[in-house]
Design a protein around this ligand. Structure first.
Ligand SMILES: Nc1nc2c(c(=O)[nH]1)N[C@H]1C(S)=C(S)[C@@H](COP(=O)(O)O)O[C@H]1N2
Ligand SMILES: [Mo]
Length: 226
C-alpha cells in the first residue's frame, strides 16, 4: 500500500516536472505561427538573378522591423479621397505584377532581382490624384523620404514590391514595401514605405536629394545635384 502511494507520488512529480519543462521550452511560442522561408529563385526566363542577401545594408537608421499589426499605408495630400490600408489590403485589393529590374546604388554595386508587387498608379487611381498635384512624396518608417514628378509614377508601371525572387521581402530589404524605381538610382528605391503624399511642391527634396544628390536621379545621367 505504502509502495503504491510512493509510486503514485513519483508519477505525479514526473508529470509536473514534464509540464514545467514544456512551458519553459515552448511556453512563449504557443499560438505563434512561424514563418517558413521559401527558397528564392536565382534564374528567371534565362536571366541570372542576384540573391536577396547580396546587398550592402546602408540605410540611414539601419534595418526597420515593421509590425504588421500596427502597420498602415496612407495616401494623403492632394487626392480626392485619402486612404489608409493594412498590408493585407494592399496585397489583396490590387493586382500583382512581376518584373526583373536592376537596383544600382551610387556606391557602385548593383543587384538584379525578380520583384513582385502592386502598381503605385492603381493605388493612387483609387484615391484620385487632384490636378494641382505635381510631386509624389514617399515617406518611410525610418523618416527617409524621396519624391518623383506625378507623371513618373502615373505614366509608368512602377511597383511597390513585397516579394523578391519569389520570397517575402526580408525586413532589411524594406518589408513590407520597397519602391522599384526603375531607371532611377538606388536612393529613389525607398524601403519600409508608410505614406504616399501628393504635393504641389515642385522643388521638394528627399533625404539624399537635400544632401546634394540629383533630384531626377536618372541612371543614364549622373547622381550629382545640379
Ligand atoms: N527607408 C529607406 N529607404 C531607403 C534607404 C534608406 O536609408 N531608408 N536607402 C536607399 C539607398 S541609398 C539604396 S542604394 C537602396 C538600397 O536598397 P537595399 O538596402 O535593399 O539594398 O535603398 C534606398 N531606400
Ligand atoms: Mo544608395
Amino acid at each position: 500500500m505504502q509502495k503504491r502511494a510512493i509510486l503514485g507520488a513519483v508519477a505525479i512529480l514526473v508529470i509536473i516536472a514534464a509540464f514545467v519543462t514544456s512551458v519553459l521550452v515552448f511556453g512563449d511560442k504557443s499560438g505563434e505561427v512561424e514563418q517558413l522561408a521559401g527558397v528564392e529563385i536565382r534564374e528567371y526566363e534565362g536571366k541570372d538573378l542576384s540573391s536577396v542577401n547580396d546587398f550592402r545594408e546602408n540605410s540611414i537608421k539601419g534595418p526597420q522591423h515593421v509590425d504588421l499589426e500596427t502597420y498602415r499605408l496612407e495616401v494623403t495630400g492632394l487626392v480626392e479621397e485619402p486612404a489608409v490600408y493594412t498590408c493585407d489590403q494592399v496585397i489583396g485589393d490590387y493586382d500583382s505584377y512581376q518584373k526583373v529590374v536592376r537596383l544600382n546604388c551610387v556606391e557602385g554595386w548593383a543587384v538584379n532581382i525578380l520583384w513582385e508587387g502592386v502598381l503605385v498608379s492603381d493605388i493612387l487611381d483609387e484615391s484620385g490624384v487632384l490636378g494641382e498635384a505635381v510631386t509624389i512624396i514617399f515617406h518611410a518608417e525610418d523618416g527617409y523620404t524621396t519624391s518623383f514628378p506625378v507623371e513618373y509614377i502615373m505614366d509608368n508601371p512602377i511597383i511597390m514590391a513585397y516579394k523578391m525572387n519569389d520570397v517575402t521581402m526580408p525586413a532589411e530589404r524594406g518589408f513590407p514595401f520597397q519602391l522599384v524605381a526603375e531607371s532611377k538610382w538606388g536612393y529613389k528605391w525607398i524601403k519600409w514605405i508608410t505614406r504616399i503624399e501628393l504635393s504641389a511642391d515642385a522643388s521638394y527634396e528627399g533625404y539624399w536629394e537635400s544632401r546634394g544628390y540629383a533630384n531626377d536621379a536618372d541612371l543614364d545621367k549622373g547622381y550629382f545635384g545640379d
